[in-house]
Design a protein around this ligand. Structure first.
Ligand SMILES: N[C@H](CCC[C@H](N)C(=O)O)C(=O)O
Length: 275
């Protein structure tokens, strides 16, 4: 038996997409997710994305999207994958995720995604104890006073003058695994270049340095707007390219950007130790 998949990416943040909405072709667990994502012995991706039929509790969603990082951990949100799923589905849809309901709309060359509203409470990030999430009184090497926000998944955003001067490969995992973040954290390093332009690099929880991070771009824009550093709509420039993020006066976040289908294929689950 073989399982069909579609390889996709958003600004180089790449995904293996498996469609289980009609039926489940293979049971996905941590081990299989990590094996499929492995760039040497598997198909290779930053995140495994599995589409499933909506559940009763999914508030009239059209279907559900589940997300596993390359380390095998299942997480709540993935901005770039949301655009890829819009392209894959080929029509507007309300999509249930563990981080909440999102609305995807295919557009020329990509998609628009209504990501929901950010949450700022220390328990919502979550943090290990009560703190002002708008400026955590913490530092890691030269990085200090980040803004913490949950945009479906947890992020901290540090504002610096030169994002290339930060040793994110060293500091990223140190911050990701700090016990102050009981569920881990995605780490953004941002520089505000203009009131409508942010440069950003992201160390992703469970995936490391990626070419782009959609939720990271949302977190960076929300943080910058909340600190009065930018307008409520800005271009976010990541290593893999640019996204446009808006943060409405009502708190609603909308992300726009490209999505690409790279190729389609199939695999034999038994080659990855799955039944
Ligand atoms: N590493 C993230 C999930 C993927 C987010 C990123 N790929 C995006 O586009 O939002 C987390 O553990 O929350």
């Amino acid at each position: 038996m073989r399982v069909d998949f579609t390889k996709m990416h958003g600004l180089g943040n790449d995904f293996v997409v498996i469609d289980h909405r009609a039926h489940e072709s293979v049971a996905i667990d941590r081990a299989l997710a990590a094996a499929l994502a492995d760039r040497h012995t598997g198909i290779g991706c930053d995140q495994l994305i599995v589409l499933e039929a909506a559940r009763d509790e999914d508030e009239d969603a059209d279907f559900r999207m589940r997300i596993w990082n390359v380390d095998g951990g299942e997480v709540e949100a993935c901005g770039n994958a949301s655009r890829a799923v819009a392209l894959f589905h080929g029509a507007q849809a309300r999509v249930a995720t563990a981080g909440g309901i999102i609305a995807v709309t295919p557009e020329r060359g990509g998609a628009a995604v209504a990501m929901g509203k950010p949450r700022f409470g220390w328990e919502d990030i979550p943090l290990d104890y009560a703190m002002d999430s708008s400026a955590l009184p913490l530092s890691w090497g030269p990085l200090e006073q980040p803004f913490a926000v949950n945009v479906g998944n947890p992020h901290v955003v540090f504002f610096v003058d030169d994002i290339e001067a930060v040793d994110l490969a060293t500091l990223g995992p140190e911050i990701e695994h700090d016990p102050v973040f009981p569920e881990g954290i995605n780490v953004g390093i941002a520089s505000v270049e203009a009131r409508d332009y942010i440069s950003l690099r992201v160390w992703e929880r469970g995936a490391g340095l990626t070419r782009a991070c959609g939720t990271g771009a949302c977190a960076a824009l929300v943080a910058a707007a909340e600190r009065g550093l930018t307008e409520r709509t800005a271009t976010v420039n990541l290593p893999g390219g640019r996204l446009t993020i808006s943060y409405g006066e009502d708190g609603a976040i909308v992300m726009r950007g490209p999505a690409v289908e790279s190729f389609r294929g199939s695999f034999d689950p038994s080659a990855f130790g799955a039944a």
